[in-house]
Design a protein around this ligand. Structure first.
Ligand SMILES: Cc1ncc(COP(=O)(O)O)c(C=O)c1O
Length: 429
């Protein structure tokens, strides 16, 4: 499929056809709200990493003073003063401390470095957590995880790899893809007929929906998880991609810690963040973190061993994560440049989301909820019955056929809602 896509893209490029969504000289003006294709990495992050990788540059570069100081501090924290050394499997203590500092600053709640684990990317970490949480017990039904519909397109395969049953709960499209409490109750009851639900997965801000939960909705989910004895797996990788319109990112941990004592003492929470989903968008450097809360101490040992199963998460990724979460502050020489860069990304993201939303709603047969955050829009396709029947006759889903045609005829690459677990309606990502 991937090869097919690239073949089609190459053919389209050769034809030099110009379409309003196709940028001059390329195909990449797509329906995404992301700013990544035009980014060359966050300047401060790249400068500090350059110095860490080649410390000889410290004497010759004309990078801002705080960049050099930061690189020196980081090198001191590396074994042997080098980014080429292994780190503990759960991450460098320095980075775990810095992540805890970020969480304390963000939420105004306690955070301990011992509860923070740094895997090489959040997806792999989630698979490992699922394997641990959902280990089968002989004679018991298979373990299940309540999963939103639509969900991130990578999630079904990930659950499959962990041998966990996917128990879907439908998000409410009419309410801008909000989480619906009654639907959660229905979903857990339905799931218990064929599996043993152990956890609920939440993507907030939502991939692919762009929904951002408010405090009330988060409280509802926490109470529901407590009542049903489910572990909360909360993917918050798009937390700094909130697009305004009165929406605000609030972490599950912050909300939980303001709730009643019984909940604070009992609800098990895994919060996930990553280098990949934020403004930094440095996915290739591979690092993320999971913060655990109320985790069974016996599980911690196993987490330490398997969560970061690659012996050592790339050191450059760990350092980049610290730089993303703890950027320059007022008074640092690189502060202004960093703020300009961040503002530019924020503005571009909001502008793209707005433009994409208007454009999609202007197209016949499409309707799109506004995105409050994240990097996707998820429009609904109202396809003619003849087209749906034609897809059926070819043995493929209508939204998949639509995406193929869109690519072949217009050079526009979009994901089919199918991949996000959507059934009974057609969507694009
Ligand atoms: C919902 C969600 N979680 C996590 C990630 C990042 O995964 P990783 O940290 O493995 O790159 C993404 C991808 O960008 C995502 O969309």
């Amino acid at each position: 499929m991937v090869n097919n896509v690239f073949e089609i893209m190459k053919r389209k490029k050769k034809k030099k056809q110009q379409h309003p969504l196709v940028a001059p000289g390329g195909i990449y003006k797509v329906l995404g709200v992301s700013v990544w294709p035009c980014q060359h990495g966050n300047a401060v992050c790249r400068q500090v990493l350059a110095l860490c990788l080649y410390p000889q540059l410290l004497e010759h570069s004309n990078f801002p003073a705080d960049v050099g100081q930061r690189a020196l501090r980081m090198l001191e924290a590396c074994d042997g003063g080098s980014v080429g050394s292994y780190t503990p499997s759960s991450g460098m203590l320095y980075c775990r401390q810095r992540i805890s500092e970020f969480i304390r600053r963000r939420d105004g709640v306690p955070s301990s470095p011992g509860d923070v684990f740094l895997p090489a990317g959040s997806q792999k970490a989630l698979t490992n957590v699922l394997k641990l949480l959902c280990k089968g017990v002989e004679g018991h039904p298979p373990a299940g995880v309540l999963t939103p519909r639509p969900c991130p397109h990578t999630l079904p395969a990930l659950l499959d790899e962990a041998e966990v049953t996917l128990a879907p709960y439908q998000l409410s499209e009419q309410r801008g893809w909000a989480v619906d409490l009654e639907e959660l109750r229905r979903a857990v009851k339905a799931a218990r007929r064929h599996c043993e639900p152990r956890a609920i997965y939440i993507s907030n801000p939502g991939n692919p929906t762009g929904h951002v939960q408010d405090r009330e909705s988060i409280e509802e989910v926490i109470r529901f998880a407590a009542a049903e004895r489910l572990v909360l797996l909360v993917d918050e990788v798009y937390q700094n991609s909130v697009l305004g319109h009165g929406s605000e990112f609030i972490s599950y941990k912050k909300v939980l810690l303001k709730m009643n004592r019984e909940l604070v003492d009992t609800v098990e929470l895994f919060s996930i963040h990553s280098l990949s989903g934020a403004y930094t968008g440095e996915c290739g450097l591979r690092a993320g973190y999971i913060e655990t809360f109320n985790m069974d101490p016996k599980m911690k040992y196993y987490l330490d061993v398997i969560l970061c199963g690659d012996i050592s998460t790339p050191v450059t990724g760990q350092l980049a994560l610290d730089l993303m979460l703890n950027p320059p502050t007022p008074g640092d020489a690189s502060y202004d440049t960093h703020m300009q860069e961040t503002l530019h990304i924020q503005t571009t993201l909001c502008h793209n989301a707005q433009r994409g939303h208007e454009l999609l709603n202007d197209l016949p047969g499409m309707s799109c909820q506004p995105a409050m955050g994240g990097i996707y829009l998820y429009p609904r396709l109202d396809l003619p019955s003849g087209f749906i029947k034609h897809a059926e006759s070819l043995g493929i889903e209508a939204d998949v056929l639509y995406c193929q045609r869109l690519l072949e005829e217009e050079g526009v690459l979009a994901g089919a809602g199918q991949d996000n677990g959507t059934v009974d309606s057609h969507h694009l990502r």
